[in-house]
Design a protein around this ligand. Structure first.
Ligand SMILES: Cc1ncc(COP(=O)(O)O)c(C=O)c1O
Length: 391
């Protein structure tokens, strides 16, 4: 198929729900992507947070190949080994409890919302935070604190209250007899790389304990090492009641999961919740390979090392270019806030072979693969500086 035909097929046959960049990729390896004409790109936003181990990690490919040759799918009405192993691994690396498997971040958050409502026995209000992003299904849209995503789809399901992020006094005032849970990202990704204050998070844990509320941490983007710990909540020294996972867990294949602490994990019983594809053998093998590679390849240590290097250099750029208002983030979840719209800079980076993202119109977002190296960071910084100079 020729390039023009690819675009034409999308135009004619795919719903136009995405702003698309005119690039057709055919191959990926680690932090490198190749387009249809063989041009190479350094991918510093692999899969919108999916590519924690970069493209086509060999251990993930090997696990998937092996599983596909044995058994591709078996429904959740039976047992299989990969799910049994993956659930145990997730609990080992998080906290005592149980796992529910699904296929995406939104579905994981839906499951968390249903579990919270079941826990509430009538209490059903979940407090979420401004600029949060929890997904595109109706309940997760209602939980998402950004009106722009809700426009045109009203009425939103009831049971959500959205309040200012990092404002403890306000939160205390908003809790009432109907509140059942607080739900948040510890680093708001789509919302502009806004990091939750440590004291705020410690207080949330305490408030949840005092009021018998569930603390739901959406780790869809922050999970699996992105912040330098396997899960972002581990940066704060708290244990949530539920975490929701997706993106990086599948090494590029679709997965969603929630981990719920053991006291509430048996509340959803047979027939109450389900997902046909959730936790199938192939995806579980992929996720097991992701967890194994993360440990074996000392990915977290690399995140912390590369964080230092990248932030040091981005702060040098900040000193040099008044266009940069702020550099923030944790681990390899980086936001560069500009004094202007960021789309032109993203476009020039792309032309020079670097893929990054812009969120909230003025925050450049870099989330490179967690096994990125110094040489690749240097290359990215040169391109970014050229793009800043052009701007
Ligand atoms: C924090 C967070 N939660 C939930 C979601 C929704 O995930 P999905 O697109 O897999 O449904 C996203 C997606 O970007 C996200 O960043």
């Amino acid at each position: 198929m020729k390039l023009a035909q690819v675009y034409q097929n999308y135009k004619d046959f795919v719903m136009p729900t995405y702003n698309k960049t005119p690039l057709v990729f055919t191959k990926g390896k680690g932090s490198i992507l190749w387009d249809m004409q063989g041009k190479k790109y350094l991918d510093f936003f692999p899969g919108w947070g999916v590519g924690n181990l970069g493209h086509c990690h060999p251990k993930v490919m090997q696990a998937v190949r092996d599983q596909i040759s044995k058994l591709i799918f078996i429904p959740n009405s039976y047992y299989h080994l990969p799910q049994a192993k993956l659930a145990k691994e997730l609990i080992y690396w998080s906290f005592p409890g149980k796992v529910f498997f699904c296929n995406s971040g939104a579905e994981a958050n839906e499951a968390a919302i249903k579990l919270a409502r079941k826990f509430g026995q009538g209490r059903n209000e979940i407090i979420t935070f401004e600029n949060a992003f929890h997904g595109r299904t109706l309940a997760t849209l209602a939980a998402t604190g950004q009106v722009k995503y809700q426009e045109g789809f009203q009425p939103m399901p009831a049971g959500f209250k959205n309040i200012k992020f990092n404002d403890l006094q306000l939160l205390k005032r908003e809790i009432n007899a109907n509140t059942v849970a607080l739900m948040l990202e510890l680093v708001q990704g789509e919302g502009g790389i806004n990091v939750a204050d440590k004291n705020f998070v410690l207080a949330l844990r305490k408030i949840c304990d005092e009021h018998n509320l569930l603390l739901i941490i959406d780790e869809v983007q922050t999970g699996l090492g992105r912040t330098g710990k396997l899960f972002a909540y581990q940066q704060y020294g708290i244990t949530p009641d539920i975490i929701t996972l997706a993106k990086g867990l599948g090494g590029g294949l679709p997965i969603g999961a929630i981990v719920a602490k053991k006291e509430i994990a048996d509340l959803l019983t047979a027939g109450m919740h389900a997902s046909t594809f959730g936790g199938g053998p192939v995806i579980c093998r992929a996720a097991l390979a992701v967890l194994k590679a993360t440990q074996e390849e000392k990915i977290l240590a690399n995140v912390n090392k590369m964080n230092e290097y990248l932030f040091k250099n981005l702060n040098v750029l900040k000193e040099k270019y008044p266009l940069i208002k702020d550099v923030r983030g944790i681990g390899l979840m980086v936001g560069i806030e500009l004094n202007c719209e960021g789309s032109a800079i993203v476009q020039s980076c792309m032309e020079m072979g670097l893929l990054i993202n812009c969120t909230h119109s003025c925050v450049l977002r870099m989330m490179p693969a967690l096994n990125v190296n110094k040489k690749q960071i240097d290359q990215a910084l040169v391109i970014l500086e050229n793009a800043l100079r052009r701007a």
